[in-house]
Ligand binder design. Sequence first.
Ligand code: TMP
Length: 228
Amino acid sequence: MISSTGIPDVQQNMIHAPGGLFITVEGADGTGKTTHAGLLADRLRKEGRDTILTREPGGGGAVASALRELLLHGDDMADRTELLLFFAARSEHVAHVIRPAINSGSIVVCDRYTDSTLAYQGYGLNIPLEMIYRLHEIATGDLWPDLTILLDLDPAESADRLHDHNRMEGRGMEFQHRVRNGFLSLAETAADRYVIVPSSGPMEEVHAAVWDAVRARLPLQQTGCAGS
Ligand code: TMP
């Protein structure tokens, strides 16, 4: 078929196989996102769900890994170069990991996805959101998550967890505030797929809130244990 971008896209009408679900975990730097994506994937596996844990940028093979290195630890680049490289990595990831997994009935837990691009390159770097939505359509065939967990924390509270580990963290507190507020605006715009989980409490409490949000949306087809 021809998508609204004018680009043929045979994958655009994909329907998840029974059991397939695409969950993303989002948040500004230092919100505990990676920890909670891992805990969620472990929990889903314990519940008997076939689950893949992956991340962006970098998930999707050698090309995406090389792009992660360039994006996070390479030399400075133009903002739009950065934007295009995030989408190049995402295109690899969707083609080689995410679509095959949800097409075969797995649950994909992905640590960051396009909402991070909207928050960091859109709200953070002031690249027009419209341009980002258009690139998303081209790079992914317009694949959006079924559920997005947003871990929310005031950057003042996460400041001690940020140590300029990568180019984004080195952009400073004002940038982190723009990113956080960007995520909160996105959650309002796409309220049907977003669940906001405050992440200032103890790890177990945050995990329990994440699990409640996910459990409510688990497909019933795969096992008899949904909702347990
Ligand atoms: P992380 O693996 O620690 O989350 O680091 C990835 C960094 O890249 C993080 O600072 C957020 C940033 N990022 C973007 O700026 N845009 C994107 O589209 C994605 C996926 C990540």
